[in-house]
Design a protein. Structure first.
Length: 235
């Protein structure tokens, strides 16, 4: 059984959804430490000037401390970030071929007011996976399990509990995953290779590592072909 474990992120790029597509079980790793300068609460879209950040503000003043787990991070609703994000998306992509196909559903996410960051990013990611035609994956959260140990121990505990036999990870994990320990546990490891073609994009030159929204708005039903149906084959 193929399993992917990734931290929940805000409107992730296409590589994130490629991993979802390859999984039987996808676990949002939401009980690990929040990284203040990562992808949990921000991502890029394409503008006339290049990549433009969209960032969800989170509460400060002692709330986000060393070791705070992702699922405990609260959104700062003292700022109208949701209105600003939706306005930006509308301005940048309102004339894109497929913007209006997804606009109604997406706007409802931006009109919602969940207290916790994960209560927005996880359902939004699941919706976007469905928009890409992914329907076979079972989504879980690590915070729903009792896990023990650190790093490799904890990850192996999680994989064993969900019944994984094959673990799919990003390429950077080569530096810290103990392949021998995984093998002894009966779990094989696969490292992703991100090698995607360009697609029609507003405001050239092309930028690859932007939110999946960019690809969906530009390509619609053809979007999966620019992720896993590469060079005529299924990856």
């Amino acid at each position: 059984m193929n399993c992917v474990v990734l931290q929940p992120s805000y409107i992730p790029w296409r590589g994130y959804f490629h991993q979802i597509r390859k999984a039987d079980v996808f676990v949002f790793y939401d009980d690990v430490q929040y990284d203040k300068h990562g992808w949990r609460n921000r991502n890029c879209v394409k503008s006339q000037k290049g990549a433009q950040w969209l960032t969800i503000p989170v509460r400060s003043g002692g709330c986000v401390t060393e070791g705070t787990p992702i699922h405990d991070i609260r959104i700062d609703w003292n700022r109208r970030w949701n209105t600003d994000h939706w306005k930006t998306l509308t301005q940048l992509y309102g004339k894109a071929s497929f913007f209006h196909r997804y606009a109604g559903d997406l706007e409802r996410f931006y009109q919602s007011r969940p207290e916790r960051l994960v209560d927005l990013t996880i359902p939004l990611t699941e919706y976007l996976a469905g928009a890409l035609g992914i329907s076979h994956v079972r989504f879980l959260k690590s915070s729903d399990f009792r896990l023990h140990g650190n790093k490799n121990d904890r990850l192996l505990d999680l994989l064993n509990q969900v019944g994984a036999t094959h673990y799919i990870s990003g390429p950077s994990a080569r530096s810290y995953l103990d392949a021998d320990r995984f093998a002894r546990a009966g779990i094989t490891i696969e490292f992703m290779k991100y090698d995607y073609p360009e697609y029609p994009q507003r405001f050239p030159p092309f930028i690859s590592q932007v939110s999946i929204l960019d690809l969906l708005f530009m390509a619609g039903d053809e979007a999966p072909g620019y992720i896993w149906n590469v060079s005529g084959g299924i990856a």
